[in-house]
Each structure stands twice: as C-alpha cells, then as structure tokens.
Design a protein around this ligand. Structure first.
Ligand code: KG4
Ligand code: ZN
Length: 355
C-alpha cells in the first residue's frame, strides 16, 4: 500500500494531503496501538489483550491492568509502526484515549502519547473512548453517510446516538442499569463460563434453542430509547437456580441472547424511524455478536435501511478507532495541551461532547 507522507510541518496548513495518525488505547484491559491514514485506512492495528490475566479473577483488576499496560505499551507501539511499514517521521499526529475508563490504565497510554508527541514535536490529542467506537464504522470498506443512528453496545455502555457529523452526536437513549456486555459477562459467570462472557455465550447460543425459555424483554417505554438489563439478568439467575437441571446451558444462552437481541434490534430500528434516517451503525464489543449482526441487518433490510458494522476485530477495544477520531480533532486544529489529564467518567452524561 503506498504511503502518502504529510508534506507540511503542521497538519492544518493543507487540507488535501493525507494525514497519518498513531492511535493509542489503554482504557481497560487492552493495550492497543494503530496507524491510520486519513481516519479511514488502517495501516496497522495491534491489540495486546490481558483477558487471560484477569480471567481467573472473574473481572478486570485495575492495578494489574495498569502494570500490564506499562509492560506492553512500548512493544505494542513499536509493532504498530513497524507493521504499518512507515518511518517514525511519517507520523503527523498522535491520538490517545483520554476517558472514560480506569484512571490508572488510561494514564499509561495517555502519558506515553503525550511524551511521544512532545519528543517528536508533532500535535497530539486526547480522544473520548465512546466517540472512538462510533468512528470505528468509518474504518471499513463501506462507511455510512451522515446522518445515521448508532447503537453502541459494550461492556460499559448501551447507548443510541443520532450522529450528524464526525463531531456532532445526540444521545437518544442509554441503559438505566447494566450495560449489555456486562449482562453477558454476568450470565456467563452464573453458568460457570468465566470472564469475559460475550464470545463464549455467543458460540454456545449457536447450539441452543432461542425459544426454549421465554425470558422477559425489557422494553421500558416502547416508544423510548432507554434500556434496562438487570431484570433479565435476575430472571436468568432465577431460572438457573430453580430449573438449572431441566435446561441445557446452550438453551439458556440462546434464550437470554434472543431477549437481548429482540430489544436491541427493535430500539435501533425505531430510533432510525424517529429520526427518519436510512443508515444505521452498530459499534462496540457486543457488535461482534453473530446473532445481533444477523438480526439488525435483516430487520433493516426489510425496511429499506442499511446497517454498517465494523469488522469483528474493530468492534472490541482497539486503537484504530482512536486514531480515526483523533484525525478529525487534529484536522480541525483541536489539539490537547501537555497539561491535559484523563477522566474516568464522562463529565456530561446527556450527550456529546463528553469532555
Ligand atoms: O467495547 P469493549 O471491547 O470494551 C468496552 O469498552 O467495554 O466491549 C467488551 C464487551 C464485554 O462485555 C464482552 O463480553 C462483550 O463486549 N463481547 C460480546 C461479544 N464479544 C465481546 N458480547 C456478545 N457477543 C460477542 N460475540
Ligand atoms: Zn470500548
């Protein structure tokens, strides 16, 4: 792939040249670095996962996560630059996740990015992790046109946004209790299948009957876009306690998943109808779910809508999405000062911007 180098000393001097951004992500238990051209073409994307380390504790241990980021950050960044096939001088800017996430974990990637940019005298910017997930949809072959409605489903969030540009998002709805990925992880734990639970339940559900158990669908107000998964989680728990011997694990997984997917697919379609848009996006770790991808795609097709879902390896936490979002910040001249700090929670909870 030909690499176009930035010709000016400052990215804002010219609008039509290509910009190559190094992205860094360390908000939770993945140390990731990526090199992305123009916010769309992934030249490399390296993810070093700590899943095996945290698995035995049944969840992420924050201090362990920070220590592992310290060990991984330099090798991961070096691999990303090497795999991109570029010289270090070709980088026009650096983007690192600023929040939300675990503070000790965020600080490793964020401080590294700051020092790297300072040493190389290139611009850098802190990126909101959720905005990164939304921008992951521009990394594929078939990016959506604006405006579109995005369903963001991860371990920490279940949100619906109306997205009108790379920088403008309106939060239409969010979970009132557990995030959907969190519900997968908890159900997996109840079944003794460990952490994280999404992929394992997704695979297990493939062998089960989604109609076997009629778990509740938490619609809340059917015309609204908020979610709730704690009732479903309790229903699964009760079912395992009372009828664990009657049903197979595969049937429990498939029936749980069907309840989740029914609600998620219904709400994203009705959000698109409300906003009168034809383009939909599904992003975040749970967007890797095979049943969700299948159902949203089919439901949208029936209504003449189109769904854009990133490749599975760009659904979970990665740095390519951070570079993609950082590109738009830097292109607009929005750089972070060297005094910038990380944040654990969004300061604004009703819409973007979160910082
Ligand atoms: O976006 P992500 O990597 O990290 C956060 O920002 O939270 O999402 C992680 C979540 C975990 O809860 C994991 O169980 C879930 O995504 N997940 C899945 C699948 N793959 C990962 N959930 C359902 N089906 C999957 N195939
Ligand atoms: Zn994430």
């Amino acid at each position: 792939m030909p690499i176009h180098r930035w010709s000016g000393s400052n990215p804002r001097e010219s609008d039509d040249s290509f910009m190559i951004i190094l992205g860094i992500e360390s908000s939770c238990d993945e140390t990731a670095a990526a090199v992305v051209e123009d916010g769309t073409r992934v030249l490399s994307s390296i993810v070093s996962s700590q899943v095996k380390i945290h698995h035995k504790y049944g969840g992420v241990v924050p201090e362990l996560a920070s220590r592992k980021h310290v060990e991984a950050v330099v090798p991961v960044v070096s691999s990303a630059i090497r795999e991109a096939g570029i010289e270090m001088d070709a980088l026009d800017g650096v983007a690192a996740t600023q929040g939300p996430g675990l503070v000790g974990a965020l600080l490793i990637g964020f401080s590294f990015a700051k020092s790297f940019a300072f040493a190389r005298n290139i611009p850098w910017v802190g990126v909101n992790h959720l905005e990164g997930h939304i921008n992951s949809v521009f990394l594929g072959e078939d990016p959506p046109d604006f405006p579109f409605v995005a369903l963001m489903v991860s371990g920490g969030h279940t949100n619906i946004y109306h997205v009108t540009s790379h920088t403008e998002y309106e939060l239409m709805g969010q979970t009132r209790d557990d995030a959907v990925g969190e519900a997968y992880d908890k159900v997996s734990k109840m079944l003794g299948l460990g952490y994280p639970g999404g992929l394992v339940l997704d695979r297990l559900a493939g062998d089960g009957d989604p109609k076997k158990i009629d778990f509740p669908r938490s619609w809340l107000e059917k015309s609204g876009f908020d979610f709730s998964f704690s009732g479903l989680k309790s229903a699964v728990n009760r079912c395992i306690q009372l009828h664990g011997d009657e049903y197979s694990q595969a049937d429990i997984a498939a029936s749980f998943q069907e309840s989740v997917v029914d609600v998620l697919s219904y709400k994203i379609i009705s959000a698109a109808k409300r906003k009168r848009v034809k383009n939909l996006a599904v992003v975040g770790g749970v967007a890797a779910n095979s049943r969700l991808r299948q159902r949203v795609t089919a439901e949208a097709k029936k209504r003449g809508m189109k769904v854009h879902i990133p490749a599975v390896d760009l659904c979970g936490d990665n740095a390519a999405m951070i570079a993609a979002r950082g590109y738009h910040h830097l292109k607009a001249g929005d750089e972070s000062p060297l005094t910038a700090d990380v944040y654990s929670r969004p300061k604004v909870t009703t819409g973007f911007p979160h910082k």
